[in-house]
Write a protein that binds this ligand. Sequence first.
Ligand SMILES: [Zn+2]
Ligand SMILES: [Zn+2]
Length: 347
Amino acid sequence: MLAMWEQRWHPLREEWVIVAAHRQSRPWSGAEIASRPPAPPAFDPTCYLCPGNARVSGAVNPAYVETFVFDNDHPCVGPAAPRELTPPAGIYRNQPATGVARVVCYSPRHDVTLAELTVDGVDTLLQTWQEQMRELQSHADVSFVLIFENKGEVTGVSNPHPHCQIYATNFTFKYIETELIAGRRHRDATGRVLFQDVVAAERQDGRRIIAEHGSAIAFVPYFARYAYETYVAPLRSVGTIAALDDGERRDLATALRDVAIRFDNLWKMPFPYVMALHQAPLRASKTDVEGFHFHIEFHPPLRRPHLLKYLAGPEIGGGNFLSDTSPEEKAAELIAAAGPHYRSSPA
Ligand SMILES: [Zn+2]
Ligand SMILES: [Zn+2]
């Protein structure tokens, strides 16, 4: 392995990433997570997401056949949050935790992952996200929508039923706010969209591009903070997923599924990740979002099978990431892990 010891600039977050892949041979002192869980059943009578089951609120899930969306029974933001707040002392500020929190089930099947849906199944999910974006536009309490999936027990999710969450909030989440500012600055300085320049640089190098499907691309960015960190994006600059046409949405679905299959194939186990859609705020002005480009980010917490990447001094204490792996090497592993999915039966 080539020694990799340098700092790389993260243009979207405007911060340095320390890449110190030469330390890989040092004695490991991280957490070892439990080995692979047993395969779940197709239907689990105790699962609050399976069709026909009752949830904690008493509501009963319908006998849904594709995706299913419901308001989170334990919302972190919601219409019932108190609107009359006591002002805090001095310079401190508060505001009501209003908004909308929802859950989206990907499939009635309890035992599949995003990687095991068909392209049609993933496309239906993306269509559901588009519909949610359009519907949430009408909520006065909502100015921003974060769609994300926590997958795997290491991300705190013990229920394997494939689902994601929607946090529709009255503020813009910090990473996206940072990307908006960086994009605006780049636009002012160069007249170009920052994310387009990132894609151009990835093409120029070529080693970290995982897959291209028509109008969609997937790559491990040069500035990856996590091992196997992967971005999936349409080639056209749009603010949110709602702006994609049917063809672009299907290409994105194909690329998203392709990446999820490679993740699972890597170690022949359901691969944990945090996946987030980075979208422009709703009702943002044109100039606000001109430099922005909708994309999906995968942040995998494992660096090796069963070995968790701890966030510690540099990341939590200082705010910059220390990466022990070379993005080029991790991309090569994903490129070699192409489908079909390891659990699929041969055609
Ligand atoms: Zn279930
Ligand atoms: Zn982003």
